[in-house]
Design a protein around this ligand. Sequence first.
Ligand code: S3P
Length: 459
Amino acid sequence: MPLNVISLNTAESHHDLTIAPPPAGLALKGRLRVPGDKSISHRALMLGALAEGETTIAGLLLGEDPHSTANCFRAMGADISPLNTEQVTVHGIGLGQLLEPIDVLNAGNSGTTLRLMLGVLASHAGRFFTVTGDQSLRSRPMSRVVQPLRQMGAEVWGRQNATLAPLAVQGKNLRPFHYHSPIASAQVKSCLLLAGLMTDGATTVTEPALSRDHSERMLKAFGADLTVDPETCSVIVTGPTRLKGQSVVVPGDISSAAFWLVAGAIVPDADLTIENVGVNPTRIGVLEALALMGADITQENQRIVAGEPVADLHVRYAGSGDRPPLYACTLGGDLIPRLIDEIPVLAVAATFAQGITIIQDAAELRVKESDRIAVTAHQLNQMGARITEQPDGMEIVGGTPLTGTAVDSYTDHRIAMSLAIAALTATGTTTIHRAEAVAVSYPDFVATLEQLCIASTLS
Ligand code: S3P
């Protein structure tokens, strides 16, 4: 066995993941696919539910987060077939037609489900809704969407002046509004655009830098009256509008591919191709960052699938002789929204880079599924990294060999997978507590890791 991966059941359905690379090192070679894009999967389910007629979705992510979205919209009358990757069929209920659910809507761990859905609920006049989530989601800030929705006339109640879930919403006819968002957030932007679909007049969202634009692309495809001004990072939706069911093809998630891209960049002699990955320009910050760091990554077989750019990503280990595998760099400014979810695994890459990597302007990381600045720094430091936390990022001293030890995901899926990638090059055994979190966005992560390592030995 090239790599010893053991999953153990422990108390309260938490799982430990134990990774012990062979002393001689791994040979990571092969081709793989990653699951469907999480952001696009949520939006396909939601717009399908709000559209008239049938929507079909191929390549949907089967993680826990899309299940949360599907269950919420089923509870409001949408007919969504059992989720699968081949073809999900959604018979939409039509904008404005959602039924008042008879129980609390549960968004689980998913900030995208809760925040986007709030825009839909607030604009469904005459219905009352209650929404909640898991422990992590109930501690994440909701004021970023509740406050602008209230400026549109929404009625929302909840803990600490409706800044934390559980929340209650009385649907109303809202007023159009131009919101200048202080943060570049696709969740905020999409929430308000969804509220604007049912609002009479032009709802505009301007953000300080461009966040992912999957909502804009998909809303246009579903027939919304939507204009984008890239110069000012503004989007205008004019309502009321009607959506018509579409056929959506979900590409592989670049946020999941990022784990293998970093593995390929830090494991000596690695040569991996990740097929069918979404390379939307608003999402490829991780490619830009790894290119800045000197990684050898090429995009092959570039094409457009259902309105989204897609490519196969080929990564080869770039270190040799005197050349380190990576060089340090500074990541900040407008690049941050384009790689926000990839920063924990980029921090792993930075521990292999020559020099000091600085990540700045990323305070948003503190309010993700965990405080990703504190957790990334602390957990990687346990393995021997030298990372200093900053209020809005981290300073990472490269070239520090990692040693296996006990670490914790803090129930955050991206932290669990980043630690697993770090463990591939560590000396000795790493045990990741609460590794079951990977199921939120990548249920097959451990199986893929095992297959890749076995295939690498055989080839
Ligand atoms: C998402 C947007 C991002 C990202 C999240 C998914 C989306 O959050 O971190 O994982 O699908 O809209 P913000 O919009 O809050 O930055």
